[in-house]
Structures are given as structure tokens and as C-alpha cells.
Design a protein around this ligand. Structure first.
Ligand SMILES: Nc1ncnc2c1ncn2[C@@H]1O[C@H](COP(=O)(O)OP(=O)(O)OP(=O)(O)O)[C@@H](O)[C@H]1O
Ligand SMILES: [Mg+2]
Length: 364
């Protein structure tokens, strides 16, 4: 069996997990199926219950009710050390007195692997995490990113049914973090390892995940692919939490099959490209991403101009420029345009804005 062999990976079924601390509901009714080999991320703000859910999965904390299965096998009654789960936490907690190879082999020794099997598995993992030459170093002789990859190799070594990672990248500096993100995703794909990853960093979640579970105050807000979460958030919370967004207070209007947003204070309706299935009544937020706001300078103003705005600020970012807009009587918005395109737009200009895409979420 080698690391390309996916047969050890299991689908995970989490059914109606609940957890309270006293009268506080930390997790209410958490249900999720993770496919074998899938990379799923729990994303949400501090205190929303990500680590609590992970601790319940790993067996470090009991749930109040609900079930967890690996394939057909119920595992939520088993103690942590019988669940066949690999864990990686924020502080990688490598054993400082052991070499890289000994750290990776630790779980194999505990499980009674033979010397030969151990050696070949460690070599395989060193190659997988690209640390071939460093088997005999101690953790203190490694960079943060290298230590992090040793921790991942150690968690994968015994071919667990599931690997759980809780904010494993948060101790790395920004540059290294961006690189290790991609490394970690590639390692996970090559190993075909069913993985649940926890972060409060929405970019990290978008970059790494097959699917994201967006959490808010102990509840699942939305489950979807990165594209689904970004393009079609279900709720106002999701629209605000994932990526930059402009939320315009609106009412839902219809004309035949075409649905539009009647933006408060604006003269003309805005065509909606997508609508959250949770929209029931007419009170909505019309959500427009900064990159979907096209801007025409005042010289091109047409009589049918949808929304006229005033440029209040320009923020240079290299490849793009952020353009702050004040829409009279409505709201402020922020657009993001390629620098080349934005150079002919100046602070103080009256401009005509159009929305290339607009999405509606319910307004409660
Ligand atoms: N043992 C405990 N006793 C009481 N309350 C707890 C306990 N563990 C967690 N909580 C509370 O449950 C909520 C969820 O905590 P959790 O650690 O799961 O959050 P998180 O989403 O991982 O946040 P962060 O991003 O800050 O790590 C928080 O409000 C926390 O204060
Ligand atoms: Mg946490």
C-alpha cells in the first residue's frame, strides 16, 4: 500500500450533533456528510463553534446528542485513541527531543508497525511533504513551514480514516502561510485523505477547500463549494463574511420572469442575476461584489444611466484600484477595477455605475 492508495479513506457522516455548556448552545444540530477523500473546511468567526465540533469529532469532548459514523461504522462511542483520526493543531506540538523521522513514526510505533514497514512509510511521507533530506533533524532546526509539514506527515502516517486540522497555519507569517496553504492542499489531494480543516480566514477556506461549511453562532449557515459561497451566499451573514461585498437595502420586484432589486433611494431597478433560496418576502439586500461594479466616466453619461455616483476616494493596490463611490440618497459603495481601466476616473467625478452581477439575500 502506498500513499496513492485511497482505500483507507472513509466517508464521514455527522448527524444532528448538539453541545451545550450550561445554558449556552455551542453547537445546535450540526449535520454534514464528508465524501471519502474530500477536503472540507469549517469557516466562521471566533466563538462560532468550529473547535468544539472538531473536539467532538476527535473524541476529546463528548457531544450531548447526535451520531458520527465512518462509512457504516458508528464511532462516537469510542474513546479518542480508538477512532483512527489524525490531528494537527495550531501549535504543531512536535516532540522536541525526537528527530523528524521519529516524530513521523510516532503513531506507527504506538500501533505496533514492524521496523521495515515503519521505515518505508516514513520515507513515503518525507517525499510527500518534500522533506527528504531532513529526516535526522530535530524540530528546532526546522522553519515554521517545515515543522508544520512534519506535523501533517505525522497525522497522515498511520493512514487515518479522517484528518482534523485546527487553524494549523495561524502561527506562520503571511507569506509562508500562502505557500503552505497550497502545499497542504496538494499533500491532501495526493494522499486522497478525507480531511476537515478549521479556519476563520475566508481566503484560506476559498483557496483550499472542496467544500466549505460556513458557521455562525453554533449553527451551519451554508454548505457549498468555494464558488457557491462566494457567488451565491444564502444569508446576509454569508454575504458579509465571505469576500468584500456591497449590500444595498432593497425590495424585491418582478417583471415577468425577470426579478430585480428596487434599491432604496435609487431611481431605477437593478436586475438580479441570482437570488438566495432563503428569500421569501420582498425585503432583501442587493449584494454587489466590488469587481462587478463597472464605472463610466462623466463624459460618457447617458440619459438612461442607472445609478449616478460621485467618486470620493481612490486606493491604489498595484494591479487593481479600489474606488469609493457615494450614491446620492442611497449608500456608499466600494468598486475594484483593474488599474489600467481606473486611471481615467478621478476623485470628485460624477460617474455612471452598472452592476455586472447582483445577488439577493433576505433582509430580516
Ligand atoms: N469548555 C467550555 N466551557 C464553556 N464554554 C465553552 C467551552 N469550550 C468552548 N466554549 C464556548 O463555546 C463557543 C464555541 O467555542 P469554540 O472554541 O468552538 O469556537 P471557535 O469557533 O473554535 O472559535 P476560534 O476561532 O476563536 O477558535 C465559545 O463561545 C466558547 O466560549
Ligand atoms: Mg477554535
Amino acid at each position: 500500500m502506498n500513499s496513492q492508495d485511497h482505500s483507507h479513506s472513509q466517508p464521514v457522516h455527522i448527524n444532528r450533533i448538539r453541545k451545550s455548556f450550561g445554558s449556552f448552545n455551542a453547537i445546535s444540530d450540526f449535520t454534514l456528510d464528508v465524501a471519502a477523500g474530500e477536503f472540507v473546511t469549517f469557516l466562521g468567526p471566533s466563538g462560532c463553534g468550529k473547535s468544539t465540533t472538531l473536539k467532538i469529532l476527535s473524541g476529546l469532548m463528548p457531544q450531548d446528542s447526535g451520531e458520527i459514523r465512518f462509512g457504516d461504522k458508528r464511532i462516537d462511542m469510542l474513546p479518542a485513541n480508538k477512532r483512527n483520526i489524525g490531528l494537527v493543531f495550531q501549535n504543531y506540538a512536535l516532540f522536541p527531543h525526537m528527530t523528524v523521522a521519529e516524530n513521523i513514526a510516532f503513531g506507527l510505533r504506538m500501533r505496533g508497525w514492524s521496523h521495515g514497514d515503519k521505515k518505508s512509510r516514513v520515507d513515503e511521507l518525507l517525499a510527500l511533504v518534500r522533506l527528504e533530506g531532513l529526516a535526522d533533524r530535530r524540530p528546532e532546526q526546522l522553519s515554521g513551514g517545515q515543522q508544520q509539514r512534519v506535523a501533517v506527515a505525522r497525522a497522515l502516517a498511520f493512514k487515518p480514516d479522517l484528518v482534523l486540522l485546527d487553524e494549523p497555519l495561524s502561527n506562520l507569517d503571511a507569506k509562508l502561510r500562502e505557500q503552505v496553504r497550497i502545499d497542504l492542499r496538494d499533500i491532501q489531494r495526493k494522499a486522497g485523505q478525507t480531511t476537515v480543516f478549521v479556519t476563520h480566514d475566508q481566503v484560506e477556506a476559498l483557496v483550499m477547500s472542496d467544500r466549505i461549511v460556513l458557521m455562525n453562532a453554533g449553527q451551519i449557515d451554508q454548505i457549498g463549494t468555494p464558488v457557491e459561497l462566494y457567488a451565491t451566499p444564502a444569508t446576509e451573514f454569508g454575504a458579509r463574511f465571505v469576500g468584500a461585498n456591497n449590500l444595498l437595502k432593497s425590495r424585491l420586484g418582478c417583471e415577468g420572469a425577470q426579478r430585480h432589486a428596487i434599491v432604496e433611494g435609487a431611481a431605477v431597478p437593478v436586475g438580479l442575476t441570482t437570488i438566495s433560496p432563503l428569500v421569501r418576502g420582498a425585503d432583501i439586500w442587493c449584494c454587489v461584489r466590488p469587481e462587478h461594479i463597472s464605472i463610466r466616466p462623466s463624459a460618457d453619461l447617458r440619459p438612461d444611466a442607472r445609478i449616478v455616483a460621485k467618486v470620493t476616494d481612490k486606493i491604489y493596490q498595484g494591479t487593481t484600484i479600489l474606488i469609493d463611490l457615494d450614491i446620492a440618497g442611497v449608500d456608499k459603495m466600494r468598486a475594484e477595477r483593474p488599474t489600467s481601466e481606473a486611471s481615467r476616473i478621478n476623485i470628485g467625478d460624477a460617474v455612471h455605475v452598472d452592476f455586472e452581477q447582483a445577488h439577493a439575500v433576505p433582509r430580516n
